[in-house]
Design a protein. Structure first.
Length: 319
């Protein structure tokens, strides 16, 4: 991939493009196979790229290099989070933030705040997640990127739904939809290109899934078509996202006491999750198993519960 012992005496655009290209390739691996597929390579590339920041290059080259290394730290933080390495994740996100600010790149800074918020959201710290997303909003606005605004507003809606703030959640998601459609003419930076229509619709499904759990079970009915649409739009290179969506869809069928549909979708989620090197896929299964246990005695729910138990008990390397 690169020569870890060879550091150029001077840095030019070719070296920066080298970091950018490899980061893009590693991000694709993370997206398809999970953080375990790319984290070690991210760290190795950081060990090569970080010393380049001290070579005293012209301001224009230095700023682009700072952004490239910041984005690499951003990816390393995300991959660490995906593997449950929270201390490492926070360390990488902190370094990414310092470099993004030094380079004056508000769009990247907003993206880092989004990802930090997602760490909190995953660990059921909805208020902390909401605070992170809201810190990112003025930064995203300063960057001029409506896509960055859409990402933050959509996730803000998700956090609010977890908190049971029904009207606020729906309002913020409507803002996200408006901003996403306005962003169609933007050329998004590499760290934001993941957020397409399928992702927007998927988060809408997650918002309604949380509202079904915190406010009114009727939201499960509206969550199902949103998640089904996102799943149908998901490419083969987004297995981890597909796993999350299938788990959420199964959850909504369970909430509606549709055990057979829940089992069929839940088994698909398990099958998709098999080759993914991510602890988050297991974490997303826990509430699904708990909901299946609520229907204990139903043959389909019991089968799903047993399959989930086997999946979650398997050695980590098998996930």
């Amino acid at each position: 991939m690169f020569d870890g012992d060879a550091f150029p005496a001077r840095v030019d655009r070719t070296d920066v493009r080298h970091v950018e290209t490899l980061t893009s390739a590693l991000r694709a691996l993370d997206h398809e196979y999970g953080g375990g597929a790319c984290r070690d390579a991210c760290v190795a590339l950081l060990n090569w790229a970080t010393p380049l920041l001290g070579t005293g290059e012209p301001a224009r080259v230095l700023r682009r290099l700072q952004v490239a290394v910041a984005d690499l730290h951003n990816l390393a933080g995300w991959a660490s989070f995906d593997l449950g390495l929270l201390e490492s994740a926070h360390l990488h996100f902190g370094r990414a933030m310092d470099l993004a600010r030094a380079a004056g790149n508000c769009a990247l800074e907003a993206n880092i705040l989004y990802r930090m918020g997602r760490v909190h959201l995953h660990h059921e710290l909805a208020e902390d997640a909401l605070a992170s997303f809201r810190r990112g909003l003025p930064v995203a606005q300063a960057s001029g990127s409506t896509l960055a605004m859409a990402i933050l507003h959509a996730n803000e809606a998700w956090a609010l739904a977890k908190m049971g703030a029904e009207k606020h959640a729906l309002r913020q998601f409507a803002c996200a939809e408006e901003e996403f459609h306005r962003s169609s003419r933007e050329d998004p930076p590499p760290w934001a290109r993941f957020f397409d229509l399928a992702d927007l619709v998927s988060i809408g499904g997650m918002v309604h899934t949380e509202l079904a759990r915190t406010c009114d079970v009727r939201y499960a009915r509206s969550a199902i078509p949103l998640l089904t649409r996102a799943i149908a739009s998901c490419g083969a290179d987004a297995a981890r996202s597909q796993s999350f969506r299938l788990a959420a869809l199964s959850m909504n069928h369970l909430v509606r006491n549709e055990a057979e549909q829940a089992r069929d979708v839940g088994v698909r989620a398990i099958e998709v999750s098999g080759p993914i090197r991510s602890v988050r896929t297991r974490d997303r299964m826990r509430p699904l198993k708990k909901e299946a246990e609520r229907l204990r005695g139903n043959e389909a729910a019991d089968e799903l519960c047993a399959r989930l138990g086997e999946f979650m008990a398997a050695p980590r390397g098998a996930a």
